[in-house]
Design a protein around this ligand. Structure first.
Ligand SMILES: *Cc1c(COP(=O)(O)O)cnc(C)c1O
Length: 245
């Protein structure tokens, strides 16, 4: 690993990354879990390519983007300016319109927001043959007011079957973005619901190994309920600088 320079930006990145890793370790200890079983996904939407590079200097490898154009341009910038940093893994975690699937299939390693059969067909047929299968988490809608995407728990089994059957996709997990709650007990209730769906889904799909839940404000609750992948933005990068929907 390259020796990071000690610019203020890098010092901040090191502190924030250390603090988030400590939170993950503490929550894992409370849950009697191994912190090594929890993957940290750095959500870099609204952050610069330089901020991504600063975290990469400290060993962070998984990055998540919500907006396609912003994500594609960052992936390309990192590839050109940091050829010495191989192994970056890019996750698409934004709402996905079906006319935008090709860019996800061609440029990302993971997608967390598959919530309907039409996306499954398109992503699988558009995944390039020289690339490994696209890693897929199915997004589940929890709670009535839960805003945006997600398949209903009722329609989840059929969608999981479709992903599993798609030749160029690999079914990895479930993801949810539950309604925001302040109290840990209430946060845990949503995450427990997803965990329950996950446990049931694994009976039919034993290759499932990823429970994508928890963000800056609620990663502890998510880890206590079994999260294996936390998606953390502001706690790692500070406030978002820009947003490009
Ligand atoms: C923005 C975002 C995150 C990260 O949120 P923070 O509160 O900044 O940690 C995680 N998951 C998804 C789907 C997001 O859109």
């Amino acid at each position: 690993m390259a020796t990071p320079s000690s610019s203020p930006e890098n010092t901040d990145a090191a502190h924030r990354l250390g603090a988030v890793r400590s939170r993950i370790a503490a929550a894992a200890a409370r849950a009697s879990r191994d912190a090594g079983d929890i993957l940290l996904l750095a959500v870099s939407k609204g952050q610069t390519a330089a901020a991504v590079a600063a975290l990469a200097d400290f060993g962070q490898r998984h990055f998540g983007e919500n907006y396609l154009q912003e994500g594609l341009s960052k992936i390309e910038t990192l590839r050109q300016t940091r050829p010495q940093t191989p192994g970056l893994v890019w996750h698409f975690i934004g709402q996905l319109q079906s006319n935008k699937t090709r860019d996800v299939a061609e440029h990302f390693d993971w997608v967390h927001t598959v919530d309907r059969a039409k996306l499954v067909e398109r992503l699988s047929s558009q995944r390039p043959f020289h690339a490994p299968p696209l890693e897929v988490c199915v997004q589940v809608k929890l709670g009535e007011e839960a805003s945006k995407g997600g398949v209903s728990p009722t329609d989840l089994p059929a969608l999981l079957e479709a992903v599993d059957a798609a030749p160029r996709l690999r079914l990895r997990g479930l993801m949810a973005l539950p309604p925001a709650e302040i109290e840990e007990a209430r946060q845990r209730r949503w995450f427990a619901e997803l965990r329950h769906l996950y446990d049931r889904a694994r009976l039919h799909h034993p290759t499932l190994d990823t429970l994508s839940m928890g963000m800056s404000a609620d990663l502890e609750a998510a880890i206590l309920e079994g999260s294996s992948l936390v998606r953390v933005g502001t706690a790692l990068f500070g406030e978002r600088l820009q947003s490009m929907p």
